[in-house]
Design a protein around this ligand. Structure first.
Ligand SMILES: [Zn+2]
Length: 129
């Protein structure tokens, strides 16, 4: 998987369930890590902790546990959308400026394009009103 993947939950009810599930899983992981630490099982504790660090349970920068998340395969990490946007790693479609051309600009563009194409194909029989 080489593509950046964003997971957004728009339904408020599902967001609440998702966030509550995250909290339960985080508590379970932290409790188990603590137990493994006390029992001297450092290798198992480190393995679980590293899996937690790489998980979607929290943002790897701001530690948000309630945000929509983005996965970056090159780092094998999840970050919240806000942190990824602040660093310019992603751009939300609504934040991308719209390209709006006037009718005159569209006409000019099409004439220029046709002119370019005409030159490439050596056409000389076109005229514009
Ligand atoms: Zn974040």
């Amino acid at each position: 998987m080489d593509t950046i993947r964003t997971i957004k939950i728009k339904n408020k009810h599902l967001q609440r369930i998702h966030n509550n599930l995250r909290q339960i899983l985080i508590k379970a992981v932290l409790k188990r890590c603590s137990e493994l630490q006390k029992n001297g099982q450092k290798k198992d504790r480190d393995k679980l902790w590293f899996s937690f660090i790489k998980s979607i349970l929290k943002c790897d920068i701001c530690y948000s546990k309630t945000s929509d998340m983005v996965y970056f395969p090159k780092w094998e990490r999840w970050f919240c959308v806000s942190c990824a946007e602040k660093r310019g790693w992603i751009r939300e479609p609504e934040s991308i400026p719209q390209l709006i051309m006037t009718r005159a600009q569209v006409r000019h563009f099409l004439i220029s394009l046709e002119d370019i194409l005409a030159r490439k194909t050596c056409r000389t029989d076109h005229h514009y009103a």
